[in-house]
Ligand binder design. Structure first.
Ligand code: AMP
Length: 207
């Protein structure tokens, strides 16, 4: 399967992507995680990207596309993959079509996880990540077990979340008609228990 999860910040893309990829044994390709890894390692790319990320803005297309191109060449991505957080602009989607075309591959499905804006800010601001496993928790609705060391992402603060929502509606939402016109888009309601949303995602992917 070659698939994409799209949705606003806090829709649950990262959480659902991990579950699907564990089940299907395909790599989760999260451009957000890749950019955070660059930042943590202090690479030039990471330091440049950090300026955009901390403002809640998108990192320039050419940076992200170059990173994805390298990632897709790795052996583990040959049988399939699930993108989480990429593409985020129509230019990225067009570049992805070009990259896949060169590799003789094509997309199978694009799942849109839908959640209304007023729920998203609360979801994101209470989000915490297990520093060791990367598992995502919500302090109110999906509390971590005792003893887990939690970290909060720098860009999960309220002002930044609002800026990320503006970027989503302005730059990423145009992907909805883009993939709809290609017959690839499947909509999933992202509100409700995590396990229910997983069921809907798997069903949308035809599993
Ligand atoms: P995420 O972890 O997917 O929420 O991404 C965190 C941040 O990384 C975003 O707010 C952007 O600043 C940046 N980012 C991640 N993926 C992309 C992408 N495909 N295009 C541009 N910026 C991205």
């Amino acid at each position: 399967m070659r698939t994409i999860l799209i949705g606003p910040p806090g829709a649950g893309k990262g959480t659902q992507a991990k579950i699907v990829c564990d089940q299907w044994h395909i790599p989760q390709i999260s451009t957000g995680d890749m950019l955070r890894a660059h930042k943590a390692q202090g690479t030039t790319l990471g330091l440049e990207a950090a300026k955009f990320m901390s403002a809640g803005a998108l990192v320039p297309d050419e940076v992200v596309i170059g990173m994805v191109e390298e990632r897709l060449k790795q052996d583990d991505a040959k049988p399939g993959f699930l993108f989480d957080g990429f593409p985020r602009t129509v230019a990225q989607a067009e570049a992805l079509d070009g990259l896949l075309g060169k590799l003789g591959q094509k997309l199978d499905a694009v799942v849109l996880i839908e959640v209304a804006d007023d729920l998203l800010v609360e979801r994101v601001c209470f989000r915490r990540t297990d520093k060791v496993t990367g598992r995502i928790y919500h302090l109110k609705y999906s509390a971590p077990p005792p003893g887990v060391e939690l970290v909060q992402r720098d860009d999960d603060k309220e002002d930044t979340v609002r800026a990320r929502l503006v970027a989503y509606h302005g730059q990423t939402a145009p992907l909805i008609p883009y993939y709809e016109q290609r017959g690839l888009l499947r909509r999933v309601d992202g509100v409700g228990e995590m396990a229910k949303v997983t069921e809907r995602v798997l069903k949308a992917l035809g599993n």
